[in-house]
Design a protein around this ligand. Structure first.
Ligand code: G6P
Length: 463
């Protein structure tokens, strides 16, 4: 690989950008960046200008001579890139607000990766990621694609199996917090633990061993999931309510859940929390929009040349550690152990070989080499197979624009009440997102013509 690297960041106007830039600066001696291209769409122009200027100040303050370029021309940014990282949000935060508010108005979880919102985010995002990999084929055929865009598992699967971009790795910050938590619960340094993850993005389980080879998983379940209490974990991402699990259930599962498993093992409690937010104008999306506005005010300060504390109010803590460590590990053939979303190829025998799973892997110059996990016990096996089926149907629907397929996938999600209510929410979300779902234009036109009440509901709720 070259010794003067070009990195393209798609969604360069994201409020998370200072986190990423800080991660690269920390690794400046390991990873020879020459050019950092920040690309966004016209709707994100102002944010790109503000946070791009901030990135330039951070690079300058670190004494580095990297060329930081902001552009709305994605092709220019991709040309000759070595690594492309994606952190874009189709429709910006307003789309997330719709994703959360419409389902919650019916008492259904809209959550941006696992709930109704996650599936609509996939439908909006997958056509864009497929366009990006098409451009990459022409403009940077040897580049690695590092995907952070949610729902990260589905978007990564689309890039690999529908876009044919084998050099794609999906990343998430959640496992880093879970490892830190295991270390603090066991009062051992994280380096002394072997932690192995398996499942899907925001839907994985893990097991933990100490450096004498003792399996400490059961002990950690006892330490963390006391009956009826919230868990003792400082690392839980800011976007997830710390509601408790049923200790006896997790004990019976025998594996440690990830933070997002609360949506499945404690659905009712999570819904209660989300409904509280909805009724007070404080859905997570609305809160994030306010945090983001404050962040951009801070970023405008010409004296600010470091990541402000306020950014820690977002759920993406350790995001730069994951992204920047992955690229340096590929570049330097380091073999760092990381948790990645990649092609299964047998690491999880309970799932098809040709789908994306999230597993522990050693990251080398060839990319992630996954550790085999073996079969799951019956509970997680059933859950993970069901979720993967749902994901695959949604991905196909995003590619084909098939209404029936999309509704089928939507109602397969255990968080959606299948039947008339599920369909009502589905149709309302289609209407709300019509500008970003061109592949569903016929279905949308039909709903507009035949179901004026659907359009009226959406307009009234979102006005
Ligand atoms: C977690 C997830 C990310 C997600 C973020 C949302 O950290 O792992 O995938 O993007 O939370 O945080 P936000 O501040 O946007 O609600």
């Amino acid at each position: 690989m070259r010794d003067a690297l070009k990195i393209a960041v798609i969604g360069g106007g994201s409020s998370y950008l200072p986190e990423l830039v800080e991660g690269y600066i920390k690794r400046k001696d390991e990873f020879p960046i020459r050019e950092l291209w920040l690309v966004d769409v016209d709707e994100g122009r102002e944010k790109l200008e503000i946070v791009g200027a901030m990135a330039k100040r951070m690079v300058k303050a670190a004494g580095l001579d990297w060329l930081v370029t902001c552009t709305l021309d994605r092709r220019e940014a991709l040309a000759g890139a070595d690594f492309v990282t994606t952190q874009f949000r189709v429709g910006l935060l307003d789309a997330r607000i719709k994703d959360e508010r419409i389902p919650l108005s019916h008492g259904v979880l809209g959550q941006e990766t696992k709930g109704a919102g996650g599936m609509f985010k996939a439908l909006r995002t997958i056509p864009v990621i497929l366009d990006i990999v098409k451009d990459m084929g022409e403009l940077c055929p040897d580049a690695w694609l590092v995907n952070f865009t949610n729902p990260a598992g589905m978007v990564t699967e689309a890039a690999i199996f529908h876009g044919g971009w084998k050099r794609t790795v999906g990343l998430c910050n959640v496992p880093i917090g879970l490892v830190k938590n295991a270390a603090s619960q066991l009062k051992l340094p994280a380096e002394d633990l072997t932690v192995r993850f398996a499942g899907l993005n925001h839907f994985n389980w893990h097991r933990v061993w100490d450096n004498e080879g003792n399996d400490r998983t059961a002990e950690l379940i006892d330490l963390q999931y006391k009956p009826g209490e919230a868990t003792d974990d400082d690392n839980i991402p800011k976007n997830i309510a710390n509601v408790g699990y049923h200790y006896e259930v997790i004990k019976d599962v025998g594996l440690l859940p990830c933070y997002y498993h609360r949506y499945y093992y404690s659905t009712g409690n999570m819904l209660e929390e989300a409904i509280k937010g909805f009724s007070t104008g404080k859905t997570r999306a609305e809160e994030v929009k306010r945090t983001e506005a404050r962040l951009f005010e801070l970023y405008k300060d010409p004296a600010l040349d470091y990541k402000p504390e306020e950014l820690s109010n977002r759920g993406g803590a350790y995001y730069s550690d994951a992204a920047c460590e992955l690229v340096t590990s590929i570049y330097n053939n380091k073999g760092t152990e990381m948790v990645v979303s990649v092609a299964n190829n047998g690491a999880l025998p309970d799932l098809p070989r040709d789908c994306v799973v999230e597993v522990s892997a050693s990251v080398t110059a060839h990319g992630p080499e996954c550790f085999a996990w073996g079969p799951f016990p019956p509970g997680p096996r059933g859950m993970v197979q069901h979720m993967k089926a749902m994901e695959q149907i949604i991905i196909e629907a995003a590619v084909t624009g098939d209404y029936g397929k999309a509704l089928h996938g939507f109602c397969l999600n255990p968080l959606i009440p299948a039947g008339s209510l599920g369909k009502e929410i589905f149709d309302q979300l289609l209407i709300a997102h019509k500008d970003y779902l061109p592949q569903f234009k016929d279905a949308i036109a039909r709903i507009e013509k035949e179901q004026p009440e659907t359009v009226a509901y959406v307009n009234a709720l979102l006005k």
